[in-house]
Design a protein around this ligand. Structure first.
Ligand SMILES: *[C@@H]1O[C@H](CO)[C@@H](O)[C@H](O)[C@H]1NC(C)=O
Ligand SMILES: *[C@@H]1O[C@H](CO)[C@@H](O)[C@H](O)[C@H]1NC(C)=O
Length: 496
């Protein structure tokens, strides 16, 4: 698998969680710093066979084209930092297509992957459920290629007033984020931009790459899976927080994946970025999960590891592995795996996936057919908007009704509804608040951070967290395993 990983923890920042007391701010950040695999495998979508596109895989070594909770729990090791977490976490990786040669090369993934376990109970409860044994799910839709809502998002405190914004279709798209990284500026908010900015925007603004984010649904109907691996779960009304729909009343751990892609290393080169599923827009970004904890253990952790620091080391139950141990963990490759370069000099994306730019719904079934490429489509304009860090002890930004003012910017307010369009609504930007405290400038190249506005009815509060930066260097000539497409085990889907 991957060779020569060197790890350098540059800085650990104290994590600050700022929130109002009406919901839990407990969470932990599962660090999965080493890949366990880079392969055309996806047991949730392509059970028993090669998957259509390639994935970047983290977690237990028991991952395969037929993986489930049992095989994950039987893993010998995990590439994540907590020894008890044998779960499988995977997303499609990013590629750069050179405009001159037409060839593709893999974009380096930095720092592995983080899976946030956020513990937000339902409004009338104090705890959340662990993922049950056998649980698996997909967040996002690989074939989605358009976004039919205003950019940027309507204020979250107004979503409940418009059925369009409470639809699962919207919430699923609002659960994807591409954070333009520039460690010299105040970071953008988590899930702020739901599309991949174009190459020229990235060259001009994202000098430290792009952080891809995908929030998973945390409401469920009690089934561990469903035929589409999605419909047994649903988003709460505000994506991350809010109320569960009555069809999916139970509240699970709220999970968010983050991974950093070094798009900045292609600065100045003419071409485009495309996700491995043939998506240059970002609307089709997605993540997959298979539960690989002992269920009782995970429930104990959910009940007791309620620090607001996010640090896994603050949870006494967790056995923390050192980097030599987790870096040595790889998925077990079936004998039929063949090895070919999936890194550079590629005439197509791995799996011969065509580029499908939309705006129509992409047809995943065309992947693997004759190679073709849609013409590029225009990307929305969404300029940099700093996230904010709020010091609630000063409380200068809390305005009447307990609404914390959203950051103002011309571009951010321009397309939003005004309060006259939705009588009775209180728009944060309509209230003239005391100016937001100026966030401390982040130290260049040493820290990155996220912010997330969390609203509960018209109460808007905010989470802020800062993270350590870990640099992983992966040899540029890395090759990875691809399941031979000729091999085709009988394919079936498992419902529940
Ligand atoms: C759970 O799955 C079963 C079998 O697919 C289905 O019949 C049942 O309706 C599902 N339960 C809910 C609450 O949707
Ligand atoms: C946008 O995507 C949806 C699928 O989510 C599709 O039904 C619709 O046709 C697309 N819109 C356009 C203009 O292609």
């Amino acid at each position: 698998m991957l060779a020569n990983k060197s790890f350098k923890v540059v800085l650990t920042l104290i994590v600050a969680i700022l929130g109002l007391a009406d919901y839990s701010s407990a969470f932990w950040r599962m660090e999965c710093r080493a890949r366990s695999g880079y392969a055309q495998l996806d047991p949730l979508v392509s059970y028993g066979t090669a998957s259509e596109h390639i994935h970047s895989i983290f977690g237990g070594s028991g991952f395969s084209e037929t993986a489930d909770t049992d095989t994950m729990l039987a893993s010998d090791c995990t590439s994540c930092s907590v020894a008890q977490d044998k779960s499988a976490y995977w997303t499609p990786p990013f590629y750069f297509q050179d405009a001159t040669t037409g060839e593709f090369e893999a974009v380096q993934q930095e720092g592995g992957m983080l899976a946030y376990y956020l513990l937000f109970p339902n409004a009338d409860e104090t705890t959340v459920d662990a993922f049950p044994s056998g649980f698996q799910m997909i967040a996002g839709d690989t074939n989605q290629r358009n976004f039919t809502y205003p950019v940027p998002d309507l204020e979250k405190s107004l979503w409940a007033l418009d059925p369009k914004y409470t639809s699962q279709a919207f919430l699923r798209q609002a659960a994807i984020g591409f954070n333009c990284l520039n460690y010299d500026t105040t970071p953008e908010g988590t899930l702020y931009r739901h599309f991949l900015p174009d190459k020229s925007y990235m060259d001009a603004n994202c000098k430290d790459g792009i952080r891809a984010e995908v929030m998973f649904p945390s409401c469920w109907n009690g089934n561990t899976s469903s035929p589409d691996q999605m419909s047994h779960v649903a988003y709460p009304s505000l994506v991350m927080t809010g109320d569960c729909p009555s069809s999916h009343p139970k509240r699970l751990v709220s999970m968010l994946y983050e991974s950093i892609w070094r798009t900045d290393l292609f600065e100045g080169r003419d071409g485009q970025f495309v996700i491995a599923n043939g998506d240059p827009t970002g609307y089709g970004y997605h993540g997959d999960f298979i539960m690989g904890w002992e269920e009782e253990f995970l429930q104990d952790a959910v009940n007791t590891c309620t620090s607001s620091s996010g640090e896994i080391s603050d949870c006494a139950l967790f056995d923390i592995q050192d980097s030599d141990t987790y870096s040595a963990c790889s998925i077990t490759e079936p004998a039929s795996l063949k090895t070919e370069s999936v890194v550079s000099g590629l005439s197509s994306l791995p799996g011969n996936v065509p580029i499908m730019s939309g705006p129509g719904y992409a047809n995943g079934a065309t992947a693997g057919g004759s190679y073709s490429t849609d013409a590029p489509v225009a990307v929305p304009t969404l300029s940099y908007l700093p996230g904010s860090s709020v010091d609630l002890s000063q409380a200068t930004n809390v305005v009447a009704g307990n609404v914390i003012a959203a950051y103002k910017s011309e571009s951010a307010t321009a397309s939003r509804l005004s309060s006259t369009e939705l009588p009775g609504a209180v728009l944060a930007q309509d209230v003239d608040p005391t100016p937001m405290p100026t966030p401390a400038p982040s130290t260049p190249s040493t820290s990155y951070a996220s912010t997330e506005f969390v609203t509960n009815g018209l109460t808007v509060s905010e989470i802020f967290w800062a993270e350590e930066v870990v640099t992983i260097t992966v040899q540029a000539t890395e090759t990875a395993s691809v399941v031979g497409r000729k091999r085709h085990v009988h394919q079936h889907r498992r419902g529940n």
